[in-house]
Design a protein. Structure first.
Length: 499
């Protein structure tokens, strides 16, 4: 199956229902299908071999996604916040693409020699009737989307997501037409994030209207939820932190579910959010670009059971990402690649039809059994709940002891003076590495380094207590909330500046 079959089902099943944009002037499923056809004709007329999308999220993106699918070419959503050199290098890989961009990004496409339309021009052009139906390719192995990884540790790699990967994810996640006409989802991530792609296709298939917030602001997010009757939303942890911290009216009478993911969720934050909105069903979703989004999920009832439980093992599940989705096989493997028993930490490896694990110019990186090594560390408890320990690259090795920064960060974030925190290793001649932490204090909080270190020591042990704590105004994160740990040393104040 291809993505366009999902669109066709939606157009046939509930063509008059608004599925993209506001309830006042959004696109119906039938209109989205018509625009996808018109856009595909435009792509073919121009002889393009891809659509490069360089702009914020909005109605133009789902039109581009399905137009590319119908034309038989991939859509390539690009990070519009890249520096000029990195952006030029990435665009150089797609010289024959049709560009769709915000007005401010059009010059970058022009410099790369890519013919482009503004997002407004694209929507205007795809509203036109362009004649005969496109004879669409039928191979589900065709590439549907190319998403470049964030490049936090190396040069961005293009992840190839084929139609069969994305369709497998949709069919394993939602039921067709399962949403009521009143249901609407608010998405606050940019189009080059896998969650943006996943939300477009899953909400469409379910019959749920998708609305995007082009730039995140907590007060605006809350207002939009109320004004648009939003019933479900997706955020990353840093967004949720800003929402629960802001002074705006937090009433969300229509909100039924709130999913989060993309970065580790501090347990103190999710506990607070559950108490702010006790009627909302929280969902923690763990996945990667290479896996077409979610592979494990902690549902609303599991959140509530963990929060209410006095059993420490059940309570701890609030810090898990739940159990694997149907169709996903997940193993925790040791250094030699052998599966590990419950409770033993190791590398998270996954297998399933939705798993792409394929990179442009590199190929598919799976083992002989078809398992993809996510390079995330974690463990499964006895009931199959998955706990994430962080990236293996982040592990601090202090005196031959492997220390996960996330464990220390979780304790730091429970301190009343700490709003955000990151733990990292620094080279040390005696221990190999020593532990340091960077914190962002809450407004008007007094920071006492000695007191905070004692707070950590009381919860953990001395070998996991930071040797030094730095105070920063903010931590280096991507726009989707992912901590860029390798950049922390670059933003620390110099000794001269502190003198």
């Amino acid at each position: 199956m291809r993505l366009t079959l999902l669109l066709g089902m939606a157009a046939d099943g509930f063509g008059d229902r608004i599925v993209v944009g506001s309830r006042r002037d959004g696109l119906t499923a039938a209109a989205l299908s018509a625009r996808a056809h018109s856009g595909a004709r435009l792509v073919l007329e121009r002889g393009a071999d891809a659509i490069v999308y360089l702009g914020v999220n909005g109605p133009a993106f789902p039109v581009a996604l399905f137009a590319a699918a119908r034309a038989g070419v991939p859509v390539v959503p690009v990070n519009y916040r890249l520096g000029p050199d990195q952006l030029a290098a990435l665009l150089a890989k797609h010289p024959r693409a049709l560009g769709i961009a915000d007005e401010s990004a059009l010059p970058a496409l022009a410099r790369a020699g890519i013919g482009a339309l503004s997002t407004a021009e694209w929507l205007a052009e795809t509203a036109k009737d362009r004649g005969e139906v496109v004879d669409e390719p039928s191979d589900p192995a065709d590439t549907a989307v190319v998403i470049y990884t964030s490049g936090t540790t190396s040069e961005p790699k293009g992840v190839l997501l084929r139609h069969r990967n994305l369709v497998s994810y949709v069919l394993g996640s939602v039921e067709f037409a399962s949403a009521g006409e009143e249901q609407a989802a608010l998405v606050s991530v940019p189009p080059y994030h896998i969650a943006a792609v996943a939300n477009v296709v899953t909400n469409l298939y379910a019959g749920r209207r998708t609305l995007v917030l082009e730039s995140f602001d907590p007060a605006e997010w809350l207002r939009t939820v109320r004004d648009e009757g939003i019933t479900g939303a997706m955020v990353v942890p840093t967004m949720l932190a800003r929402i629960v911290e802001c002074d705006a009216d937090k009433s969300v009478p229509t909100l039924r579910s709130l999913s989060y993911g993309g970065a580790p969720m501090p347990s103190a934050l999710i506990e607070r959010a559950l108490r702010v909105w006790p009627e909302v069903g929280f969902v923690n979703a763990y996945g990667l670009t290479e896996t077409s989004s979610t592979v494990a999920l902690l549902g609303p009832e599991e959140h509530r059971a963990a929060l209410a439980s006095d059993d420490p093992h059940v309570r701890a599940r609030l810090g898990s990402v739940g159990r694997p989705l149907p169709g996903i096989e997940l193993e925790i493997r040791g250094p030699l690649g052998t599966p590990l028993p419950a409770g033993a930490p190791g590398r998270i490896c996954v297998r399933g039809d939705q798993v792409s694990a394929e990179y442009a110019g590199i190929g598919r990186l799976v083992d002989e059994d078809g398992f993809f090594d996510t390079r995330d560390e974690g463990y499964l408890d006895a009931e199959g709940f998955l706990f994430i320990g962080g990236r293996t690259d982040d592990t601090i090795i202090r005196g031959a002891e492997n220390i996960a920064p996330a464990e220390i960060e979780d304790v730091l974030l429970r301190h009343p003076a700490v709003l955000d925190a990151a733990v990292f290793g620094v080279s040390d001649p005696e221990w190999g590495q020593r532990i340091e932490a960077a914190i962002v204090p809450r407004a008007d909080a007094t920071v006492d380094e000695g007191e905070i270190r004692a707070f950590v020591r009381q919860a953990l042990r001395s070998s996991k207590t930071p040797d030094r704590i730095w105070v920063l105004g903010e931590l280096p994160r991507t726009e989707t909330g992912k901590l860029v740990r390798r950049r922390i040393p670059q933003v620390l104040p110099t000794e001269e500046a502190m003198a």
